[in-house]
Design a protein around this ligand. Structure first.
Ligand SMILES: [Zn+2]
Ligand SMILES: [Zn+2]
Length: 93
């Protein structure tokens, strides 16, 4: 015992019988997101081509709301709707 699974890093099983799927493994290796873009149905406001996929734990709202909103998206939002974007409070944890 004590051996870690080569696929997911957890103890108690091996990569051979690991339940982690290929897809999950791929997603887990994605770089952490650095900011949130604003999407309005027709894509991101800033047209960023940045990868849209996030590692699974970043999809958790508590994690996601620690990220800053893309500055460019905020500016464009203001231009388009003539009002400030209402940001979710980040510091009430
Ligand atoms: Zn595993
Ligand atoms: Zn953006």
């Amino acid at each position: 015992m004590g051996r870690k699974c080569g696929a997911c890093g957890e103890e108690g099983h091996t990569a051979r019988n690991c339940k982690t799927t290929e897809e999950e493994r791929r997603l887990a290796k994605l770089p952490a997101p650095t900011k949130i873009h604003i999407s309005l149905g027709d894509g991101r406001l800033c047209q960023s081509e940045e990868a849209a996929e996030w590692p699974p734990h970043w999809l958790n709202d508590d994690m996601a709301k620690t990220l800053p909103v893309c500055q460019e998206c905020q500016e464009l939002y203001k231009e388009r709707f003539n009002r400030e974007l209402e940001l979710r409070p980040v510091d009430e944890v």
